[in-house]
Design a protein around this ligand. Structure first.
Ligand SMILES: Cc1cc2nc3c(=O)[nH]c(=O)nc-3n(C[C@H](O)[C@H](O)[C@H](O)COP(=O)(O)O)c2cc1C
Length: 174
């Protein structure tokens, strides 16, 4: 069965980003796909130190030199066929919390044991802002390029006149 893993980059409990990501995951579940969620909310996640430990010393169960809540995420990412990465818009790019997560996933692509682990995955990006025209596209782009190892696809949706009714025709695909 195909597995889609949602990664939510909002530090807020019951955040808008998580709500929208759960709705998106519900729609793929209707297709018989198995879904799972990881959120940064309440998690302790260090930044990547660029120590390159993963490139020289990684083994199957030890992904990274830093031991924190990424240990919960790593096996989920390895198992997933697709990643759905969602972020609140922070200064027109992804949240710092999510950036740390994507940086740390480097060890599932360049790590000694898990080399190339992202190669056959596909992805989708979701961005949630406060204002219109205030960084959705650049946030999607930051996720897209931040995820240069998984081929993250992007999609943007607009609501007419701030009505909240999404217009699928305005989807942006890259
Ligand atoms: C540090 C910070 C920077 C933000 N920058 C932007 C921004 O550039 N554009 C915008 O529209 N909203 C910005 N916001 C607002 C959030 O994107 C908005 O409130 C969003 O709905 C939060 O999603 P969440 O509830 O999932 O955390 C910012 C919020 C924070 C805390």
């Amino acid at each position: 069965m195909i597995k889609v893993l949602g990664i939510c980059g909002s530090p807020v409990k019951e955040s808008n980003t998580e709500l929208i990501m759960r709705e998106a995951l519900k729609s793929v579940e209707q297709e018989g796909v198995q879904t799972d969620i990881f959120t940064v909310q309440g998690k302790r996640i260090e930044d990547c130190r660029h120590c390159n430990w993963c490139m020289g010393k990684q083994d199957e169960g030890n992904f990274c030199a830093a031991k924190d809540d990424m240990e919960e995420l790593y096996p989920k990412v390895v198992e997933a066929d697709a990643l759905m990465v969602a972020s609140p818009v922070y200064l027109a790019r992804m949240s710092g919390h999510l950036a740390s997560v994507l940086d740390r996933l480097r060890c599932i692509h360049y790590g000694k044991h898990h080399a190339g682990g992202m190669k056959h995955k596909v992805g989708a990006a979701i961005a949630v802002s406060w204002f219109r025209n205030s960084g959705i596209e650049t946030t999607l782009t930051s996720i897209h390029w931040g995820g240069h190892y998984p081929p993250l696809a992007e999609q943007g949706l607009q609501a007419s006149q701030g009505s909240g009714i999404l217009i699928p025709k305005t989807s942006i695909r890259y």
